[in-house]
Design a protein around this ligand. Sequence first.
Ligand code: C2G
Length: 132
Amino acid sequence: MKKVLTYGTFDLLHWGHINLLKRARNLGDYLVVALSTDEFNAVKNKKSYHSYENRKMLLEAIRYVDEVIPESTWEQKISDVIDNNIEVFVMGDDWEAKFDFLKDYCEVIYLPRTEGISTSKIKQDLFAVSSQ
Ligand code: C2G
């Protein structure tokens, strides 16, 4: 079974996230998503609208996602790849080259981001509407 691994916050789940998860899943037979905890989001200077538990529940409802594990540090990726027998690591290309150190352990693929949508765009657009 070819296992694929990706990481993210996946807040305010949108079609850009789904596009990424779908393509990642299609690179193997089983997709593990390492989901940033609320505490790790603070390390990333991100504040999620949805809690970790609710973001996890949403991801687990997606047909392309087979398993969700917590991401709580920047340093856990090598052990995640080894411990989960991962063959393919996938991220959107806004992270291009940032995780090439994983090439010693698995295939590393950066996929084109989906243009026109992002969690911050959703927040900005909703704020603009509510300010009218
Ligand atoms: N993404 C995408 N297209 C978008 C928005 C997001 O392809 N329009 C991808 C990102 O490139 C990423 C994934 O969806 O691969 C999750 O996005 P975020 O939740 O923003 O992830 P991020 O905060 O970048 O977390 O250790 C890695 C970090 O946890 C990555």
